[in-house]
Design a protein around this ligand. Structure first.
Ligand code: GTP
Ligand code: MG
Length: 696
């Protein structure tokens, strides 16, 4: 492939709500440019972009794919991103390295929650947007309605550069506003087209739209505005020169119509991107930090190389691929770059240009370009690679916190190490999920962005690391405590065979305030018990507290006093007092109105106004207690306390209650006594489990 200078590169993220047609649009673009001979399909799992098994099985995108093509002498780097918010990290990384966002809206479904979200993220990344309304081949699509809805969400600057002439079945004609023409696309999905001047009503419409377009363009620049008023319009040359800037400062948000499935409307979209779309030159300088954390700028024209790793992915037969964008300088095969975040040096091996899983090698990449390298030693998503002479670090993408949890269980013994190293490797690829081993409950907890995300992680573990894992509801960390005083005089005596054992422990226990733990004291008087046995008793008590008594959970908030006992001159020894202490505590505990405590989480829920009733009703059925409420525009923010047990997969519930518009955060707050019936159930399950012959 030939070399491209920054002004000839078009980097963009194709984003939008789930199933808008982003992957098909990417496929159609590749077909237009001749990268592929015919369009693949989602149903057959034959698109270039969705080539992973997890994508083909589910018929959705799970991972952002890097694709590239050449159009009108420009190199396009497309990043086809998943629409499901479960895989938001992919879109965030792509928007970060894109020079603009191509937001796809499904003509039948209109603007969805995912559309609003990506608009917001693109704005946050400070990149311009273009909009594609796709699938006008579907019956009952209404262009005016979608346009009005898009404008309602994203403002009056949204302006159609193309309009469907014959939407519905057989859709193949598009009114082209910049050209004043009707474009007819070929029926063979090749993307080829013929042009004819607009006539009749279409001619009138396009003339009016054309005028409006020129006004938009004129608005983007004071000098153009002046000319516009002086001349009563702009010359072709003038408005064409101004359109790029109008898109840059978003005085014009261009909207296009397509049928990706039939490759209609795509070729002219490519034309406009090639001629007027953002290039790396539009963001010549980006903010960064030096090694001391001071603000610096990386300039496109600096000779020293600076790259940002926006994605890493492990591929069969290949090892780990690191996807990067060059922000300055040139990256060459064989060169050494410094990883500022890890403080290590990496040697650049093979550099690849990708089209999904198809790869071609190049020897270097210029500033502004996007590619991938393999087998870096210690470089992960979010790292900066640069010249060791001038180390800088580009700001990392901020990912949302995971808020759905599951326990990961292996059905085969001895796989723990493989699972742990697999999870660590997957986490480097996808920082939006977390994992940790809960030593207390002996389970591995996976926290992710949604149920689908959890499943995809488990799938990847199974496939790549050949382990047999299942997801289940995580066990909850209950606690055990008492509500009254209790006591015991426990005698431990063993005289069968060998040396005997004797110890008697007299103990009193009483409740302590919440979150104060277990306190062990002794108030022995006289010589009934040798003081050397106090630590033995304490050890026995600690063991009982750790094991739990009612249901196998740790004991908390109890004051224990060892106040008297008995011993035997020969048979009393450390182990005897440990055992006596252990059982004395258990006895007193059961005599002290023992109960379970459950963890309560503080949740913050953000939902649209119209979902209040449903969400509040659901919260109260989960034993939630409202702590406060706030308004944020058309959203309500509810703060509440709810038992952890009741919040299992709450993010999925919230999504379905709010049509995907609600989000929540949760974190541990405190422990509380739990309702008797719920407690009885847990105790019963524990007893049943203990009674099983093989229980460990
Ligand atoms: N009729 C029609 N169907 C389309 C069109 N574009 C895509 N589809 C279908 O819509 C479904 C979703 O298309 P995708 O291209 O996978 O959509 P996406 O936006 O990439 O979806 P995610 O990446 O999973 O969010 C598939 O069944 C496509 O065949 C179109 O222009 N017309
Ligand atoms: Mg897709």
């Amino acid at each position: 492939m030939k070399e491209f200078q920054p002004a000839d590169i078009r980097n963009f993220a194709i984003v939008g709500h789930a199933s808008a047609g982003k992957t098909m649009l990417s496929e159609a673009m590749l077909a237009c440019a001749g990268v592929i001979n015919r369009l693949g399909s989602i149903a057959d799992g034959s698109t270039v972009s969705d080539y992973h098994v997890s994508e083909q099985q589910r018929q959705i995108s799970v991972s952002a794919s890097l694709l590239h093509l050449e159009w009108l002498g420009k190199k396009f780097n497309l990043l086809d991103c998943p629409g499901y918010t479960d895989f938001i990290s992919e879109g965030l990384g792509a928007l970060r390295v894109g020079d603009f966002a191509l937001i796809v809206v499904n003509a039948s479904h209109g603007v969805g929650v995912g559309t609003d979200a990506v608009w917001k993220y693109a704005t946050h990344c400070d990149i311009p947007k273009m909009i594609v309304v796709n699938a006008f081949d579907k019956a009952e699509t209404d262009f005016e309605k979608v346009l009005a809805q898009v404008r309602e969400h994203f403002g009056a600057n949204v302006f159609p550069l193309t309009i469907p002439v014959n939407p519905g079945e057989g859709f193949n004609q598009v009114l082209d506003v910049p050209r004043n023409e009707i474009i007819t696309y070929a029926g063979d999905k090749s993307g080829k087209f013929t042009e004819a001047p607009a006539t009749g009503a279409w001619a009138e419409r396009v003339t009016a739209l054309h005028k409006e377009l020129i006004e938009h363009v004129a608005e983007s620049d004071d000098a153009l505005m002046e000319k516009f008023f002086e001349q009563g319009g702009l010359s072709e040359e003038e408005w064409r020169a101004g359109i790029h800037r109008a898109i840059q400062n978003q005085v014009l948000v261009p909207l296009f119509v397509t049928s990706a499935e039939n490759n209609i409307g795509v070729a002219r979209l490519l034309d406009i991107i090639a001629k007027y779309g953002s290039s790396p030159v539009d963001r010549k300088k980006v903010a960064a930090h030096d090694l001391e954390g001071k603000d610096v700028q990386v300039s496109l024209t600096d000779p020293d190389p600076v790259c940002y790793i926006f994605k890493t992915m492990s591929e069969a037969q290949f090892g780990e691929l690191s996807f990067f964008r060059v922000y300055s300088g040139q990256v060459k095969v064989g060169s050494e770059l410094f990883n500022t975040d890890r403080r290590t040096t990496e040697k650049i091996g093979q550099i690849y240009l990708l089209n999904g899983k198809l790869r071609e090698t190049v020897t270097s990449l210029n500033a502004g370009d996007i590619g991938a390298v393999v087998k870096l030693k210690d470089t992960h998503t979010g790292n900066t690679l640069c010249s060791a002479k001038k180390p800088v670090s580009l700001p990392k993408v901020e990912y949302p916190k995971p808020n759905i949890h599951a326990a990961l269980k292996s059905n085969v013994k001895g796989e723990e190490d493989k699972i742990a190293s697999g999870l660590a490797a997957l986490h480097h690829e996808d920082p939006t999920f977390l994992h940790f081993v809960d030593g207390e409950l002996h389970q591995t907890i996976l926290s992710a962005q949604g149920e689908l995300h959890l499943e995809v992680i488990a799938d990847r573990l199974r496939r790549r690391y050949n382990v047999h894992v299942d997801l289940s509801e995580p066990r909850v960390r209950y606690r055990e405590t008492i509500r009254a005083k209790g006591e015991s005089k426990y005698r431990h005596k063993k005289q069968t065979g060998g040396a005997g054992q004797f110890a008697e422990v007299w103990m009193r226990i009483e409740p302590k305030p919440r979150d104060t733990g277990v306190e062990f004291t002794q108030s022995l008087v006289g010589q009934n018990v040798d003081r050397t046995f106090v630590p033995s008793v304490e050890k026995g008590v600690s063991k009982a507290c750790e094991e739990g008594i009612l249901a196998g959970y740790r004991v908390v908030d109890v004051k224990v006093d060892f106040y008297d006992g008995k011993m035997h001159p020969v048979d009393s020894k450390d182990i005897a007092f440990q055992i006596a202490g252990y059982f004395a505590f258990k006895e007193s505990f059961l005599a002290a109105r023992a109960c379970l405590l459950e963890p309560i989480h503080a949740v913050e829920i953000r939902i649209p106004d119209d979902c209040m009733g449903k969400v509040m009703g659901d919260l109260s059925s989960r034993r939630g207690r409202i702590q406060g409420m706030d308004t944020d525009g058309s959203f309500q923010v509810i703060k509440a306390h709810a038992p952890a047990k009741e919040l299992y997969r709450y993010s999925s519930t919230l999504r379905s209650l709010t049509g995907g518009r609600g989000v929540h955060l949760e974190e541990f707050s405190h422990y509380e006594e739990m309702p008797r019936d719920a407690e009885a159930k847990i105790v019963e399950e524990y007893q049943k489990h203990r009674a099983e012959p093989n229980h460990a």
